[in-house]
Every structure is written in C-alpha cells, then in structure tokens.
Design a binder for this molecule. Structure first.
Ligand SMILES: Cc1cc2nc3c(=O)[nH]c(=O)nc-3n(C[C@H](O)[C@H](O)[C@H](O)COP(=O)(O)OP(=O)(O)OC[C@H]3O[C@@H](n4cnc5c(N)ncnc54)[C@H](O)[C@@H]3O)c2cc1C
Length: 504
C-alpha cells in the first residue's frame, strides 16, 4: 500500500478523529449525524467536491420506517416539507410494481415520501453541518492500515487521518470493503441498464417501453431540458463507466434511433447483481449502506436500508469509542443488520423474476398480484417493503421485544408529548407506565433517561396488531425495544448492562 507508506511520512501532521467515515452519501451522512449527537469526534471523507451535486436519477423516495427514524431525531419535517406526501397508495411501497397501500398501518407516517436522493442528501448534509461534523471534500480514501489501537487512513491528496474506527460508507464499489479483504458473495447480473440524464434533439417516444430486450424508459425531468433515460443493455459483462457512445448504441438497438442524444449531465450503469458483504466488520473497520450490500432498485429499498444500518451502528460505535461498552457490542450490528439486508436481496431477486416479460413470468406476476389484493398478504408485504416489520432477534420474551417502539401519545411530568420526543438526542430511554418511582437505575443514570409516563391509547404494531400494554419498556437509541416491563427485573439489569454498559 504505497499511498499509506508515503502518507506515513507525514504522520506528524496527520489529523486525528475518533471515527472516520469514507463516503458522504445517505449512509455516511446519517452515521456521522448519529455519532456527532453522541458527542463523538467524527469526520467524513467524500470524493465529491463541495457543491458537486448528486445526479437526480437514483433513489426516488423514503419508506415509512425511514421517515419514522428521521422523526425520532426531530428532523422528519425538513424532508416532509420538500417531498410530496401521498397518503392513499404509496408511491414508493410496491412489490414487483404492485402498489401496496399502508394507509391503515398504525404509524404517524403511513405513507411513502417521494423525494429525489439529491434532495435527501442535501437536507441530511444540512443537519450534519449543524452538528459540526468535519467533512474532507474532494478527496478519496485510498487505503488504510489497522492495528489494535486504531486505523491509519490514507487520502488521495497524500494526507493521513488517524482514527479509532473507520467505517466504509463508500458505495457498492467500496474501496474499504476491498482493502479489508471482505468477501462480497451473491448473484451475478441477469439485467444491466444504462441510466442517464442528457439532451435530445428529436422528440422521443416518451414513457416506459417493454421490449424483448428488457425495460426502457424516456422521461421529461423538468425545465432544465434534460431527459431521463433508462435503457437495457445486452452486454452483461460491462462494468466500466458508460460513455455517450454506449448510450447512443443502446438506444439505437431498442428504438432504432438515439434521438440525437447529446450533452449528458450524468451517465451510469446498474444491474440486478445481488451481493452482500460476508462480514460487516473486520477489526476496527466496518461497512454500512451499499458498501455492505447491493441489489436491483426494485421497490426502492437501498437508501432506506443504508440509513437504517447507520442508525443501528451509530449509538453502538459511540458507546464503544467512549469506553462505555466493550468492543463486542459492535458484533450485534452484523447480527441484526445482515439478516435485514439478506431479506431485501431475496425480495429484489424475486421482483426481478416476476417482472420478466415471458409468458411464465407474466403469469407468476398475475398470481402474486392477486395474492397481494388479499388482506393478510398485502399487510405482510407492505410492512416488509416499508421496513415497519423489522424485528431484531433479542431473544424470547414479550412480543414487543426487538420491535420498533411505536410513537405513542404519552403524558409525562412535563405534560402531553410523544415517545419520539425523547429520542431526539439518540439517548436510551426507560419508560415507566407503572407506579411513579418504581425503578431505580442510578448506576445508569448518566446514560439512560428514566421517564414516568401515562399512556391511554392502544399499543398496536403493523402486522402484529394490538399488543398488551406493558408496565415499562427500555428503548434503544435506534428506537427498538430492548426490554419489556412484564419480564423480570433482573432481566432489566441484564438488558441495561448488555446494551448500555456495566453499572458504575
Ligand atoms: C437507478 C437507481 C434507483 C434507485 N432508487 C432507489 C429508491 O427509490 N429508493 C432507495 O431506497 N434506493 C434506491 N436506490 C439505491 C440508492 O441510491 C443507494 O442504495 C444509496 O445511494 C446508498 O447509499 P450509500 O450512502 O450507501 O452509498 P452512495 O449513495 O453510493 O454514497 C457513497 C458516497 O461515497 C463516496 N465515495 C465513494 N468512494 C469513496 C472513497 N474511496 N473515498 C471517499 N468517498 C467515496 C461517493 O462519492 C458517494 O457520495 C437506487 C439506485 C439506483 C442506481
């Protein structure tokens, strides 16, 4: 690793941070925000220069669970103000193109939010900026070396950063994952698309076109004069950056003309390859977002998955860095998040198969479509696609354990409020709905908020339905239930110690 060698020479000048994040996309930004909230000195290294916007043609919206997560931090309104909420049939919750209504789900955000990724990234970056995160822009992480004490991170400008942990949020072609030697097994592509924003000189055939070669689309973007192009390529082996010529040839192969395409603002390739990092961690190096998993964008899940990875990892990494928790808390990140992404990979593979246009695939699509009109399958698939059914395996016990904490209306000493109001600072929360003062968590008082509350409403979760109201719940900073009041009190001590460090 020559970069590292030369950078080592300037070690004396190396800047030091507790955590360095490679990549300032959705996963990297969210993780930085979570760490900064916990008071951790975190820096992002982002390849794109300041002001260099992301092209529009990536994620088109947020699912309900992601909106809830942003609401937990008190920033959902910023996104809702710019997006357009459709409350009836979700624009972004669909399985194999079959719309899934979630308007009857028990959540404040029973909808998807159409919002282009470039706006999502910009709004999230604004929040991260308020939290005073250091961002090194216009340079890349080129390599790293780690030992028992930390990681040395080499940048493309010859600088070196030192950190206790490095997190690769650097996308599907992650340099960090490759440099760490983490295997990325999965399925090879069966479809490859070129996606672009460019200008045309001739009026094209607008809209989606199903063709023997696959799916294609031409759409008007806005007043900029740019056109959104999606065209299926025949050569599955191409993984290099596509050129205008590649785009022109692909259009001619389908439409018989390239409509005089020119002036591309952006051209890229993506495929239905589905791959997942074998391990999300190697020593002091971790992966989140597309760096840890890639899949076809069917159902619009990738950005959501990455943001939720970040929220699972952030508070755990913060506690380990602060020395509150042992390093093995980080193993729960892989244990909890790997199965969630594996399920997404599986459902995207199924969606690709269902959207083929041969007779058998079409018949299978019709059958699944009929199934999803039925109440129970619709609920299950809608909860899966919107992320509202995620349950981490935190062992046996109350049915709430491992599920997301519902944002109930509650009354506390401060008056009427709601549960998420106590998660804005990403601090753990013990909610006591029983007799006031029945808990003493003094040894964790510096870490865990203890709130006496009353709740008159029903406890209801998507798919699970109504659950018995517990006397108390312990809620992790990511909003998942770590202990429920009708389990034994010794289980509470175990849960507090397991998740938030030993008593002091
Ligand atoms: C056509 C298309 C449509 C999609 N639609 C949806 C959708 O509707 N909903 C959805 O949820 N998802 C969708 N996705 C997926 C979504 O775009 C990704 O899952 C999401 O961007 C992943 O976020 P990330 O932060 O992990 O990675 P990225 O967004 O890829 O961000 C990685 C960042 O790291 C930077 N970087 C890379 N290498 C380095 C390096 N070595 N050093 C420093 N910086 C580096 C990059 O510049 C980039 O900013 C779509 C994707 C595509 C291609």
């Amino acid at each position: 690793m020559n970069d590292l060698k030369s950078a080592r020479q300037s070690r004396a000048e190396a800047a030091e941070h507790a955590v360095v994040i490679a990549g300032g996309g959705p996963a990297g930004l969210m993780l930085a925000g979570e760490l900064a909230l916990a008071g951790i000195d975190v820096a992002i290294v982002e390849r794109r220069a300041a002001g260099e916007e992301l092209a529009r043609s990536r994620a088109g919206g947020l699912h309900a669970r992601t909106i809830e997560i942003l609401d937990q931090r008190g920033i959902a309104d910023r996104f809702l103000a710019e997006g357009q909420v459709k409350r009836q049939v979700m624009q972004v919750a669909a399985f194999a193109g079959i719309p899934l209504d979630i308007s009857d789900f028990p959540t404040r955000h029973n909808y998807g939010l159409p919002l282009w990724q470039k706006h999502f990234d910009r709004i999230l970056a604004g929040w991260v900026n308020e939290l005073a995160v250091t961002v090194y822009r216009g340079r890349e992480v080129t390599g790293f070396a780690q030992d028992d004490t930390g990681v040395e991170v080499a940048l493309s400008d010859g600088r070196m950063l030192r950190a206790k942990y490095l997190v690769g949020c650097d996308g599907g072609r992650s340099v960090i994952r490759k440099a760490a030697g983490i295997a990325f097994p999965g399925s090879d592509p069966t479809i490859r698309h070129i996606i672009a924003e460019a200008e045309l000189t001739e009026e094209p055939e607008w809209g989606i076109r199903h063709h023997a070669r696959g799916l294609h689309a031409l759409s008007k973007l806005d007043d900029s004069g740019l056109v959104g192009v999606l065209v299926t390529e025949q050569d599955l082996g191409r993984t290099d950056e596509p050129t205008l010529r590649d785009l022109s040839e692909a259009l001619i192969a389908v439409y018989g003309t390239d409509y005089g395409i020119h002036g591309p603002a952006w051209i890229s390739r993506f495929s239905d390859a589905a791959r997942q990092a074998e391990s999300y961690r190697k020593g002091r190096v971790l992966l989140a977002g597309d760096a840890a998993h890639v899949h076809y964008p069917a159902g619009g899940q990738g950005l959501n998955l990455g943001v939720q990875d970040a929220v699972n990892l952030g508070w755990k990494l913060a506690q380990v860095v602060r020395g509150v928790s042992a390093d093995d808390l980080l193993d729960t990140y892989q244990a909890e998040r790997h199965p969630v992404a594996a399920r997404v990979l599986r459902n995207t593979l199924a969606q690709v198969a269902l959207r083929r246009i041969d007779d058998r695939s079409r018949a299978a699509h019709e059958v699944v479509s009929e199934l999803l009109q039925m109440e129970e399958p619709r609920k299950r698939f809608a909860a899966m696609m919107s992320g509202l059914d995620i349950r981490y395996d935190l062992g046996a016990g109350h049915e709430l354990l491992g599920h997301r904490m519902p944002d109930l209306d509650i009354v506390t000493a401060g008056g009427p409020t709601r549960v998420f109001a106590f998660l804005h600072q990403a601090r753990p929360l013990l909610l006591n709905f029983g007799e006031r003062g029945s808990f003493d968590i003094t040894p964790w008082a510096d870490r865990v908020q203890l709130i006496d509350a009353r709740c008159a409403g029903a406890w209801e979760l998507p798919v699970l339905g109504a659950v018995a109201a517990p006397d108390a719940v312990l809620v992790r900073p990511d909003g998942y239930v770590a202990w429920v009041g009708d389990m034994t009190r010794s289980a509470l001590i175990d849960a507090l110690s397991k998740w938030f460090g030993p008593a002091c």
